[in-house]
Ligand binder design. Structure first.
Ligand code: BES
Ligand code: ZN
Length: 883
């Protein structure tokens, strides 16, 4: 029977049953509508007959009525684009069923049944890279958030936990390695074919299911846990990539040790597998016992990976490993609780990376991401709370807000509690909710009770969107300094009015003459305004506030440039020192862009900035990694965020002019710094990494002041490079210059690394991100390059994410950049909707851009919205962006 044409649907709408007729607006899912699933599925067994073009899946589900659910006459099994081959209920063919859209609804009368569901899928035709798909001749899966329903019919929601037993079979020659979650319990051969059986003893939701079959080789190692259990570790890659897996393996072992020491969390299986795949929508995925990674976050050696790549690998390996507790042992009740696992795990990976390297530099990098990506999200049409209230497509909510702001919110609890009390809170959380599908509220309660905090008002951070603005004023009278704080949380879509939230601010008051302060204080203020007084100051102190970025807020204050110069040179909190440098440059650039600076003011501000920069360059007490942070200019995105309506052209021009001015004023200092750094031989230690960082920064300043000299220096650095950081840094600078060296070195780079996909991605990115005036034309040409393909997300992102993040190019005044991104979205949407939808937010900034460009951005969005058939992903992002 052809059930896809069954006209009967529960709401009596015959059209809904036909998968070909897509409703124009996909339904909105609301957090308040949550109800427990009426059935339990304690055990499931799946049999896979693997083939690249045809995989047959037989799923056997033990189904029982859920005593905690509403009694239901039927069970709804989600599907997505799959066809049912057969269905048996308790051993006999089952006709009492119907299709409701893509879902299979089976009538069930008693309390306990066994369902056997057979489906067939074509992994090679799966370009969405969700569910089971083929990549480079191997088979792999991606099930989060709703990919399991592309494999078999199942209640594909995170609160349905089952133990999985999986048998997989396939041709030995094609798939010599067969991997799944848990432990391998049996294997066998059958002519040219072989099979393996796997069992995962830990109940898990379907989104954590994973399977891999292919011709892979492993770097193997082991880790002995704190209770003395030996765990076998494997990092699986394609033959030839093995030499580039050492850093990944070392990062894994460090992660396992760190989670034991810092959070008391021990690994819980005898085997941990990681597989690297080159076609992957995201960075990596925490499937139980079988993490699947984008090759970008596994493969590294000094010749092909930058220092940033090394750090990224360590962070992502840590992140996915840490999910074993914050995500897998305790999972999410529903997808509105995503920040429960992602926000917390981001915090955990941030703390891990801070402990493995330079903590202040890591903090600065994390804040830069937050302000460069999350703040704009929070002030635009896609703003949402870290625990959203509704969605149409959950893939659109894996956002900087849920992840990075989510991490900041938990970090604030840690700051208020102190490290020790916070650990008591997380211990309680892990103990109380182990084995459950929990909520953000469960987490907050555990921290509240375990750490002994009152988080009543603090919970507002979970429900309110928008970046709070904190007004800061310090005055001085007699010997008393008085600090006045105000807060406002701006309106966001669907949330016009906001309540004040508890904001923990670390601060210090410096004595101007001695340069010292009396100790850092933490103030928490949770009202619209508050006042704090500090006695014993004969003179007005210098205020250092939001030290370590203790709260994810935007500070607004009138501060004397002298104070910023003082803090940039003297603050003992490295983050606050960085902040002073940023404020100094931001204050000047915002004023310069708005056009209200006279020549004298301009000169005075530039001289102050140069003086502060010089003290940074010459401060012998700084390490170069930190020096590099202090030397970095605020990003164009951050600057735009400081203005109600931004003119990207003017911001770009003023920012480049300041860069050139500093490059010229401080040329001798920059060159001395370069000469010193150049003498440091390659290694992966902090000193050598720092040296590489400042070298490329010097080249960037030189490029803005003396392009000819910069081209020479960069070409020299390129030729001498014995590592990818130096080579890529030099090429990045060259790519922005109109010099014959540009063409030579770009060609050399391509020829040198042809065939290494991750390095060729860099080659695409460098050109799309460059400061060259013809980037738009370059990107158009690269779009037609034989190595470009829409089928590989890494390649698409390499070219187009770099382009969309390049303000001078993306915001070309004639709107060509917007048209190109809209064209990409329309072309990519049918191939890979998740990736396509991720290009919509840059266009969604239209309300905050000057009128001419704003209209062109809006036009681009409307053109996408008018397309005859859009994915749920892109539809939702475009309609929200049009607002
Ligand atoms: N669980 C996610 C991966 C994921 C996200 C799968 C969305 C499907 C849809 C994973 O733990 C994750 O968050 N990965 C990040 C990297 C991490 C270091 C923030 C990613 O893939 O970008
Ligand atoms: Zn994650």
């Amino acid at each position: 029977m052809d059930i896809a044409r069954n006209p009967a649907t529960p709401d009596g709408n015959p059209e809904m049953a036909d998968a070909a007729v897509e409703p124009k607006a996909p339904p909105e899912i609301r957090r308040e509508d949550y109800t427990p699933f009426p059935w339990l599925l304690p055990a499931i067994r799946i049999d896979f007959e693997l083939g690249l073009e045809k995989t047959r899946v037989v799923a056997t589900l033990d189904v029982r009525r859920n005593p905690a659910g509403e009694p239901s006459p039927a069970i709804r099994l989600n599907g997505d684009g799959i066809e049912l081959v057969s269905l048996k209920c308790d051993g006999t063919d089952c006709a009492d069923r119907m299709m409701d859209g893509d879902d299979l609804v089976v009538t069930l009368e008693g309390d306990k049944h066994t369902l056997e569901i057979v489906t067939e899928i074509d992994p090679s035709a799966n370009s969405q890279l969700m569910g089971l798909y083929a990549s480079n001749g191997m088979l792999c899966t991606q099930c989060e958030a709703e990919g399991f329903r592309r494999i078999t019919f199942f209640p594909d929601r995170p609160d349905v936990l089952s133990t999985y037993t999986v048998r997989m079979s396939g041709p030995k020659a094609q798939f010599p390695v067969l991997l799944c979650n848990g432990n391998r319990t049996d294997t066998g051969e059958d002519g040219d074919s072989h099979w393996a059986e796997w069992h995962d003893p830990w109940p898990k939701p379907s989104y954590l299911f994973a399977l891999v079959a292919g011709d892979l080789v492993a770097r193997s190692d082991s880790f002995t846990t704190m209770s003395g259990r030996k765990v076998e570790l494997n990092v699986w890659v394609r033959d030839g990539d093995l030499e580039r897996t050492e850093h990944a393996m070392e990062s894994l072992k460090r992660s396992m040790k760190w989670d034991e020491e810092v959070f008391g969390r021990e690994y819980d299986l005898d085997l941990f597998n990681i597989v690297a795949v080159s076609d992957f929508n995201m960075g990596a995925m925490e499937n139980k016992g079988l993490n699947i990674f984008n090759t970008k976050y596994i493969l590294a050696d000094p010749e092909t990976a930058t220092d940033g790549d090394y750090d990224g690998i360590e962070g992502v390996i840590g992140h996915e490993y840490f999910h074993n507790w914050s995500g897998n042992r305790i999972t999410c009740r529903d997808w509105f609780q995503l920040s429960l696992k992602e926000g917390f795990t981001v915090l955990r990976d941030q703390l891990f990376s801070a402990d493995m390297g330079s903590a202040p530099v890591k903090r600065i990098e994390d804040v830069r991401v937050l302000r460069g990506v999350q703040f704009p999200e929070d002030s635009g049409p896609l703003a949402h709370p870290i625990r959203p209230d509704s969605y149409r497509e959950i893939s659109n909510f894996y956002t900087a807000t849920v992840y990075n702001k989510g991490a900041e919110v938990i970090r604030m609890m840690r700051t208020m509690a102190g490290e020790e009390a916070f650990r008591k809170g997380t211990d309680l959380y892990f103990e109380r909710h182990d084995g459950e599908a929990a909520t953000c509220e469960d987490f907050v309660k555990s921290i509240e009770e375990g750490a002994g905090l009152d988080l009543t008002r603090f919970r507002r951070w979970y429900s309110q969107a928008g970046t709070p603005k904190v007004g800061v004023a310090l005055d001085h009278n007699g010997d008393v300094a008085r600090l006045r704080l105000t807060q406002t949380v701006p309106p966001t879509p669907g949330q016009p009015d906001k309540q004040p939230m508890p904001i923990p601010l670390k601060l210090a008051l410096f004595d101007r003459a001695s340069g010292a302060h009396r100790g850092e204080e933490l103030v928490v203020f949770d009202k619209d305004s508050a006042e704090f007084t500090f006695g014993g100051f004969a003179e007005k102190p210098v205020l250092s506030i939001n030290r370590t970025f203790s709260a994810p807020v935007s500070i607004e204050r009138d501060v004397a440039r002298d104070d910023l110069v003082f803090l940039a040179a003297r603050d003992d909190d490295p983050f606050a020192r960085y902040e002073a440098m940023q404020d100094l440059m931001t204050g000047y650039l915002v004023a310069a862009v708005s056009g209200d600076l006279g020549d004298n003011e301009r000169e005075a501000a530039r001289a102050d900035i140069a003086q502060a920069m010089q003290s940074v360059i010459e401060d012998g007490a700084l390490d170069d990694l930190m020096r590099g942070e202090l030397m970095s200019m605020p990003s164009q995105a951050y600057l735009a965020e400081q203005m109600l309506v931004a003119d990207p052209g003017r911001i770009h021009a003023e920012r480049e002019a300041l860069k050139g001015d500093l490059g010229a004023r401080l040329a001798p200092q920059f060159h001395a710094l370069y000469d010193r750094a150049e003498k440091i031989a390659f290694s992966l230690d902090a000193e050598a990494k720092g040296a590489r960082k400042v070298k490329t920064l010097v080249l960037a300043y030189a490029a803005a002041s003396d392009p000819q000299k910069a081209a020479e220096l960069a070409a020299h650095q390129y030729d001498r490079a014995d590592n990818m950081t130096d080579r890529q840094g030099a090429l990045m600078v060259l790519a922005g210059l109109d010099s014959p060296e540009r063409t030579h070195k770009l060609l050399d780079f391509y020829n040198r690394y042809q065939g290494n996909a991750l390095v060729i991605d860099k080659w695409f990115s460098l050109q799309a991100a460059s400061l060259h005036p013809q980037v738009v034309d370059h990107v158009k040409a690269l779009r037609e390059h034989p190595d470009f393909t829409l089928r590989n997300p890494n390649r698409v992102r390499a070219l187009y994410m770099a382009f969309a993040a390049n303000p001078a190019a993306f915001h070309a005044a004639d709107g060509e950049g917007y048209r190109m991104v809209a064209d990409l979205i329309l072309e990519l949407d049918p191939i890979n909707a998740q990736t396509a939808a991720r290009f919509v937010p840059p266009l969604g900034r239209w309300r905050r851009i000057e009128a001419g460009r704003s209209a062109l951005m809006h036009q681009a969005l409307e053109r996408i919205a008018a397309a005859p058939k859009l994915s749920r992903d892109t539809f939702e992002q475009v309609t929200r962006s049009l607002g």
